[in-house]
Design a protein around this ligand. Sequence first.
Ligand code: PLP
Length: 415
Amino acid sequence: MERANSPIYIYADNAATTRLSDVARAAMLPYLGDSFSNPGGIHRYARAAAKAVASARATCAACLGANPREVFFTSGGTESDVWALAGCARAARLAGVTPLTIITSAIEHHAVLNTCKSLEQDGCRIVVLPVDAEGFVSPTDLEAALQRAAEDGTMDGSLLVSIMHANNEVGTVQDISTLSRVAHEHGALFHTDAVQAAGHIPCKVDELGADLLSVSGHKFHGPTGTGLLYIKSGTPITPLITGGAQQWGMRAGTENVAGVVGMAAALEEAVANMDVRAARVGSARRRITDAVLAACPGVIATGPRDAARRLPSIASFICPDVDAELLMVILDQDGIAAATGSACSAGSTEPSHVTAALGYTDPALARGTLRLSLAGDITEAEIAYLCEHVPACIRCAQATSGGDPRNISLFGASV
Ligand code: PLP
């Protein structure tokens, strides 16, 4: 990693993407070399590739408590989310039960929110539920929205609830089993975007009560450009990508053999080491959060206070009167890769829709978001470094907000 003025460089942006694990890389290598082949063929090379894909599917299914026939490989979390929503909307249209009403939350990833906007233009009804100050969707609000939909005369099979399992900016973990139960009581399908949850916290489809569940490989040390959509058997959904007969005609396109093999190896490794990693990152997150709050008066820790109801790896803050992009530059120069919030909003000066939904609409607060997302192999030296340097960088950004980052002096060195 490139280092600027710092003797150390810590990657604390794992919610954006993670380093490919050695286990995943080793599993992939044969399929990037001599074991190349299209799994759709009949010859022995093709059969070997098809076997690798089937084995990856079985591994992913076991990690999620699903049947392999319910696991469909995609190009990532975005495709899985779009497929879940657009595929259900089309199936409802074809079955003549339109309009589909989609009930979602205000803190979903843009893959869900922008797809809802686009489906609204196609005639779907969209209901966006608010969240409380810690990012939780209330089951009572969901119940009320489902009841209103029933009063508006929705037909059987025309309700879909899509609520994310874990939020990518503030780490809130929703009570998915309760929300899915409420949805099912009203005859709705339930989709959850588990992109930040899978491999990090328990994620079994039956326990969650999900009909559809999105996963992305690069969030748990698998390769970028890999993902899957779990579709419970019997769920009415049409394909999103049409073409060849791959994946039982549900998702066309030659399978990314090395990719799915790597994703499966990474997911298996993440699930096997989940408890140990969660304990380590959870303790690191608490120490870093305490250090920031002690040294930076006015800074607010966002997301749930109860550690059991948040992702162990994400620490998120609002730093009043700080320009988040300036803070990113200062942190980077000091050897820390962090994020302002969702990776997809990098480069945009728009305040995050997530912090706004949590109630932080004052511009002096909304601009100053900071997210540190930690990896399970974080070392004691790295934790100590973050505890010392993150607060110092925030104070530096507070002191220089509105100034030119090139004139900033940190720990005696000009950055
Ligand atoms: N959903 C959530 C909650 C995410 O955090 C992300 C990526 O950051 C996505 C969906 C999109 O996943 P991908 O990058 O695999 O398309």
